[in-house]
Design a protein around this ligand. Structure first.
Ligand code: TRH
Length: 386
């Protein structure tokens, strides 16, 4: 598909502020690498926290630098961006998640031949679909467009690389064996990447009650912190990557933070995943894995309509029994439902005993997403028609 541009390759300027954790930079980096690979664009990414990107890309040199073909510079939101004079004049300026551009950048953004986009947080809510692609006309006559990623044809799509592939099982086994963690012991392995919550000790107790051997691969520190705080783990347990701790039938392993380029392997390897935020949530869906979404909690429970809107879309692809059990647990982890011990254990029992049905449900949903164009393909079309 031809990319409209004043020159070839098109120049894309992206700006990212890191609020917390890894989602803002995770999405920005993925978008930057996709534009570079799929449009052969000259991509510039300005960021305010290079250590956040270094967590995802451990071999990242000091900034400024060109890394994996992306020109990386520092900036301070709304104030100053380094290295503007070294960058090719932009065909596209993308401010991720409503960050405020410095005046010197806005000057470029206001040019009539520059596409100026506000790349917003992902949402399945109807207002997001309605808002996607809308132009906001600014007082000086320039135009900024809203880009809202989502799950439907009318939305801004998802970040799914053209090169996305499912690794073959032999390669995945070799990858798992090379991780600096204890080897597989034949039990199902669940990836848990969630936020701090008082629900974790309760879920652990439910999994113990079910009596089946299980390995929990704990990513990040928040779940481990929650278990330690609840007194379930001794103070010195699971502090270092690769350490493990057994609680009856459950083996807990603290994972090292893997490069983002390997994060999909974690998901493809796992039998079930708890994911969070935005990017890990999308990747679990693309992987077609049974998953629970621990949504990023917002003030005044603003995350709950977002959670509901997503599950309303996905519901028709799910087996009804699996969906009911799943929704009870999803409600509990996300704070919209309280379960007693019996109801919680029953819900987990259903999901475990109906695992194949759960897997079929997530495969169907994943196939529907893979059938749609990606966000970057949609953007090319949008700008070509604009
Ligand atoms: O880290 P997150 O919780 O990020 C965010 C931010 O908190 C943000 O402010 C909020 O608005 C947003 O969520 C909704 O979750 P997320 O989005 O899943 O990002 C995690 C990234 O980290 C993702 O790109 C995958 C990557 N990752 C690795 O590369 N290696 C790892 O080992 C792990 C566990 C994650």
């Amino acid at each position: 598909m031809p990319i409209p541009a004043r020159h070839r390759p098109p120049a894309c300027w992206l700006f990212c502020t890191v609020i917390d954790n890894f989602g803002d930079i995770g999405v920005s980096w993925r978008l930057a690498t996709m534009l570079s690979a799929e449009w052969q664009a000259d991509v510039y990414l300005w960021l305010d926290d290079e250590n956040a990107l270094r967590a995802l890309c451990p071999d990242l040199p000091a900034l400024p630098c060109t890394y994996k073909g992306i020109h990386l510079n520092r900036w301070q939101e709304g104030r100053h961006a380094d290295g503007l004079h070294r960058a090719a004049p932009p065909d596209y300026i993308i401010e991720t998640f409503g960050c405020r551009l410095p005046e010197a950048v806005e000057h470029h953004a206001r040019r009539p031949d520059t596409w100026w986009l506000n790349w917003e947080y992902l949402s399945a809510e109807p207002w997001a679909e309605a808002m996607h692609g809308k132009a906001s006309l600014l007082s000086d006559g320039s135009t900024k467009y809203f880009w809202l990623m989502g799950f439907s044809e009318k939305s801004g799509g998802l970040l799914r690389e053209k090169s996305y592939t499912v690794p073959d099982s032999a390669a995945l086994s070799r990858w798992r064996a090379a991780l600096p963690i204890p080897p597989q012991n034949g039990s199902p392995e669940w990836l848990l990447f969630g936020y701090r919550s008082t629900v974790w000790p309760q879920w652990l107790a439910a999994w113990q009650t079910l009596g089946r051997p299980l390995t929990l691969l704990l990513a990040g520190h928040q779940i481990t912190d929650s278990l330690r705080q609840a007194g379930i783990l001794p103070a010195d347990a699971l502090h270092t990557a690769g350490s493990s701790f057994a609680l009856g039938n459950i083996r807990l392993i603290r994972l090292p933070f893997v490069p983002q380029s390997e994060f999909d392997n974690l998901l493809h390897h796992a039998d079930m995943a708890v994911v969070r935020g935005e990017d890990s949530f999308v990747r679990a869906q693309l992987a077609g894995k049974p998953f629970l979404w621990h949504i990023y909690p917002q003030d005044e429970a603003a995350h709950l309509p977002k959670l509901d809107a997503f599950w309303q879309l996905a519901a028709p692809y799910y087996d009804a029994t699996v969906f009911r059990a799943h929704q009870a647990l999803s409600g509990e982890i996300n704070g919209s439902e309280k379960l007693d011990d019996t109801a919680r254990t029953a819900a987990w029992h259903t999901l475990m005993s109906q695992y194949t049905c759960w897997q079929d449900s997530t495969h169907r949903w994943s196939a529907a997403l893979h059938a749609q164009p990606s966000a970057v393909e949609k953007l090319a079309k949008f700008c070509g028609q604009g």
